[in-house]
Structure formats: C-alpha cells, structure tokens
Design a protein around this ligand. Structure first.
Ligand code: DX5
Ligand code: ZN
Length: 232
C-alpha cells in the first residue's frame, strides 16, 4: 500500500452550535482537511443530533470536503438528500441497512464518495464483500452516539486487519477512525494502519482554543511514534 496522506477532520458534534460557522472557520484556518458531520436519529444510536438543514449550513460555511456519518436506520431512504444537501462523502453503518451494496451504489450514483462503517462488536467479515466498492472504511473507536468517549483499544487490531484486507482488493481505499481519537493515541492509531482521523472533543469543547487544539493533534500525528496509552 502506498502511503496515503494522513488527514484530520473535526467532528462538529461537540462544537458550539451558536457559533458553528466561526468554529468551522477556526478549524479550517488551523489546517484541517475535512469536516465530519454526525447525523443521529435516536433509533440507530441513543442520541439525536443534526440533519439536512444543518448540513446545508455547514456546506455553505466550509471550504473543505464534508464527510457525513449517518448513524440512522434505513439510510437508503436519505442518502440522496444528504448528497444534495452538500455531502462529499457519505458513510453508512453496515448494521443499519439490509441492502448495503445497493445503498453504497446509491451514494456513488448521487455523486458522493461511498463509505462504510461498522460498530466495535461487528466483524470485518460483515463488510468484506463491499470493500472493492468503497472509497473509505470508517472504523469506530467507540460505540456510536456521543463525543467525549474513550478509545476502544481493540480497534487497533481491527484497523491492522482491515488494512491487510484492503491492500489485497482496494489498496487506495482510506481507513478513517472515528471516536476517542486524541493527541495521546493518534500516532498509535496511525501506526496500526489508519490514515484519516476524526477528532471531536479534542478539538471542539467549551472554552477550548480550536487553533491550538488542531495544532496539538497535528503535531501528535506527524510526530514520532508515541508510546502513550491508547485510550488517552
Ligand atoms: C460518535 C461520532 C464521533 C464523535 C467523535 O458517534 O461518530 O464522530 O463525535 O467525538 P470524539 O472525538 O470526542 O470521540
Ligand atoms: Zn462520526
């Protein structure tokens, strides 16, 4: 696998929604690569977050690719509307749709990059058949639904096994890791085989200086292999 460029994107889930445009601009000015939008329906996950109108606002505010993570049941009913609202990439959960192959094709035909994700308890075998179809696989570092959780160390092995599977069938496919990614563990996660990092509460938290937080995450990622504990 040729080295894929390492990229970082904040999840806006824990941003200050009264100043969302400013928060996105601050992260962009600090040098992020994409914006991650967590959509939650209160059924697939025990939380309700944001939907199409907020995505349209994010699209208008962001000058970078918008990566939409659908934590919703029946995503096939909505993927086209999320692409129309501004998603450049749409990630669906294998656990949320009985016709994953068709749903991923729908995303691509709507003009966005198809991406699949799986919860911590879901085996990689559940997505093996669609690996050739996707531009990205998102490996959950936490059980989905909330920001601010601790990284599940078992995800490291899953990332490494997934990289080996992708190198055989889709070597340019990216591995995104989402949930519990912090300056103290991001290097270890990269060394396991991830190349795309969603960072939520380590960038967006009450009173946090966004630029300083982005710089700290980037330094940790680009720095030497870290010995820090994974769930830091
Ligand atoms: C969790 C979301 C993640 C989360 C990341 O269900 O998919 O994107 O917001 O936030 P942190 O980095 O705080 O775990
Ligand atoms: Zn997410």
């Amino acid at each position: 696998m040729d080295h894929l460029r390492l990229t970082i994107g904040p999840s806006i889930l824990t941003a200050d929604f009264l100043r969302l445009g400013e928060q996105i601009a601050a992260a962009e000015a600090a040098g992020i690569d994409f914006v991650h939008v967590d959509v939650m329906d209160g059924r697939f996950v025990p939380n309700i977050s944001i939907g199409l109108p907020v995505l349209e606002a994010v699209r208008a505010a962001a000058g970078l690719p918008v990566d939409v993570h659908l934590m919703i049941v029946e995503p096939e009913r909505y993927v086209e509307r999320f692409v129309a609202a501004g998603a450049d990439l749409v990630t669906v959960h294998v656990e949320a749709t009985p016709h994953l192959h068709g749903t991923l094709r729908m995303i691509e035909e709507a003009g966005a990059a198809p991406s699949v994700t799986l919860n911590p308890a879901t085996s990689l075998s559940a997505i093996e058949e669609v690996l050739p179809l996707v531009r990205q696989v998102l490996v959950m570092g936490v059980n989905p639904g909330f920001g601010g959780q601790s990284f599940i160390p078992a995800a490291l092995g899953k990332i490494a096994r997934l990289r080996a599977m992708l190198d055989a069938v889709n070597p340019t496919c990216r591995i995104e890791v989402d949930g519990g990614v912090k300056p103290g563990n991001i290097r270890r996660i990269a060394d396991a085989g991830a190349d795309t990092f969603v960072v939520g509460s380590a960038i967006y938290a009450p009173g946090r200086d966004v630029a300083a937080a982005v710089a700290e995450v980037r330094r940790a990622l680009d720095g030497p292999a870290a010995a820090a504990s994974v769930s830091a």
